[in-house]
Design a binder for this molecule. Structure first.
Ligand code: OGA
Ligand code: MN
Length: 287
């Protein structure tokens, strides 16, 4: 596999790119994808926020080997794993289940002190229609803020928690049933509202409605007002791209650079995805 065969085409103005001319099964072959191809993918991942690959019917072993080209596996504490593969989380909605996983805008694992770098999601079973995943760029969202708002948030930090989502009392966890577990592993941390991307240095708005519980040192009301203002800006600014899956499609997203959400618009149909998440590095404030 030479890098010359690789093609990278942007999916939209602000986020996402399609990568073609690569067979990810080679990740598990001796020598793997090789350092050049790996570097090209890594750069494109940081630049575009999410990479899409089509027609990659790879095995769980090959999926693991591909992920390990980028960082060590960060095992999700709450999702059920794929049988025989503790490093692969199962993102499943059965025909008769009502609630999906990841149905609101979010960034994965921001409740961890060192959040995962990103996730590599592979479609195993897709509904006949629906079940898209929407992505957006929090770098483009930051850039488009007013200078006043940039100044207001420059040195702020937010509390992030997993308790209200995955904890024993969380309604969401009850609805999701045995697709989530390990409620005792919940916890939280704080992160700057604006981080510096670990690879590109680009400023990123690092708050998300799923896991942020408030701004450090602010009252609930003040905090909710500012966060809602930021969330409206992030989702309504045209920084997004909606991806339609086929079996064997892969989306590989950067948790520092994007938000994502899964549409729950396929009642009565099954959807099964395999997710591998890779470890991140300590986040630096942009200020
Ligand atoms: C996830 C997630 C989205 C989807 O796996 O982290 O949010 O479309 N999934 O399944
Ligand atoms: Mn997610």
């Amino acid at each position: 596999m030479t890098t010359q065969q690789l093609t990278i085409e942007p999916a939209s103005e602000h986020v996402g790119a399609f990568v073609s001319g690569i067979d990810l099964a080679q990740a598990a072959a001796p020598g793997g994808l090789g350092p050049e191809t790996t570097a090209v993918i890594k750069d494109a991942w940081a630049k575009h926020g999410v990479l899409f690959f089509r027609e990659q019917p790879i095995t769980p072993e090959q999926h693991m080997a591909f992920a390990e080209h980028f960082a060590a596996i960060d095992i999700n504490k709450f999702f059920a794993a794929v049988d025989g593969f503790p490093g692969i989380a199962q993102v499943l909605k059965e025909k008769d289940q009502e609630h999906n996983i990841g149905g609101g805008w979010h960034t994965d694992h921001t409740y961890d002190a060192v959040p995962a770098r990103g996730s590599i999601l592979l479609a195993r079973e897709t509904p006949a229609t629906g079940g898209d995943t929407h992505f957006l760029s929090v770098g483009a969202a930051y850039d488009a803020l007013t200078e006043d708002l940039k100044a207001t948030i420059a040195t702020l930090e937010a509390h992030h928690s997993s308790e209200h989502v995955f904890g024993a009392k969380a309604e969401h966890a009850k609805e999701i049933g045995d697709r989530f577990g390990n409620a005792d592993a919940v916890g939280g941390t704080t992160h700057p509202l604006v981080i510096k991307h670990p690879e590109t240095g680009r400023k990123m708005l690092y708050v998300n409605a799923a896991f942020v519980t408030g701004i450090v040192g602010w009252s609930d009301d003040e905090s909710t007002d500012l966060l809602n203002q930021l969330y409206r800006h992030i989702v309504n600014g045209g920084f997004d791209y909606r991806f339609e899956w086929e079996v064997g499609s892969i989306a590989m997203w950067d948790n520092c650079a994007t938000w994502h959400m899964a549409y729950n618009d396929y009642p009565g149909q099954r959807r099964l995805m395999h997710r591998i998440t890779v470890e991140g590095v300590a986040l630096d404030a942009a200020a």
